[in-house]
Design a protein around this ligand. Structure first.
Ligand code: ADP
Length: 153
C-alpha cells in the first residue's frame, strides 16, 4: 500500500501553538506530514522563509514522520511533486471555514485525487493567530505563551 502523505501548507509567519497542535493531532492519521512553508507572498512576510523553516524544524526535531520544506507556486503541484494525496488545514471559526471551503473546492476541481482534510482547533488555541503574534512581536511584546517552547522570538 502506498504511504499516506499529507502536506500542511501555510505561511507560518510565525508557526504557533495552534499550528503545532494541528500537526500533532494529525500525526496518527498519516505516515508522513510535510509542513510546507509557502514562498508566494514573501513580500508580506515579516520573518524570512529560512527563519520560519528552521523554527519548525526545531519544534519537530524528534519526529521522524515530520519534515519541513519551502515551496513556491500552487499547493496541488507541490503535493504532486512530493506524492502527497492529502492537504491538511486547521479551522478556527466560520471565517476560516468560508476561506478554506473555496480553496479546497477549487483545488479539488483542479486535482480530484488530492483531498483536503480539516481539523477543528482545540478551543484553547482558537484565538491564536500568526497575525496577532506578529503584531505583539513588532511592538516589542512577549508572545511566548502563543509559541511552541522551541521558538524563542
Ligand atoms: P495561510 O497563510 O495559508 O492561511 P497560516 O500559516 O496562517 O497559513 O495557517 C496555516 C493553517 O493553519 C491554516 O489552515 C490555518 O487556518 C491554520 N491555523 C492557523 N492558526 C491556527 C490555530 N490557532 N489553530 C488551528 N489552526 C490554525
Amino acid at each position: 500500500m502506498s504511504k499516506k502523505i499529507a502536506v500542511f501548507p501555510g505561511s507560518f509567519c510565525p508557526f504557533t501553538k495552534g499550528h503545532e497542535s494541528i500537526v500533532l493531532r494529525a500525526l496518527p492519521l498519516f505516515d508522513e506530514i510535510i509542513i510546507s512553508v509557502g514562498l508566494n507572498s514573501e513580500k508580506n512576510n515579516y520573518f524570512s522563509i529560512d527563519e520560519r523553516v528552521q523554527w519548525i524544524k526545531d519544534v519537530f526535531a524528534d519526529q521522524k514522520k515530520i519534515s519541513v520544506l519551502k515551496y513556491e507556486g500552487l499547493t496541488i503541484e507541490h503535493c504532486a511533486k512530493v506524492k502527497a494525496k492529502y492537504i491538511l488545514r486547521g479551522l478556527r471559526n466560520s471565517h476560516d471555514f468560508k476561506f478554506e471551503k473555496g480553496i479546497s473546492q477549487m483545488n479539488l476541481s483542479m486535482d480530484s485525487t488530492i483531498e483536503t482534510i480539516f481539523l477543528i482547533t482545540e478551543p484553547k488555541y482558537s484565538h491564536i493567530s500568526s497575525t496577532i503574534v506578529r503584531d505583539i512581536i513588532k511592538n516589542g511584546g512577549d508572545a511566548s505563551q502563543f509559541l511552541p517552547k522551541e521558538i524563542n522570538i
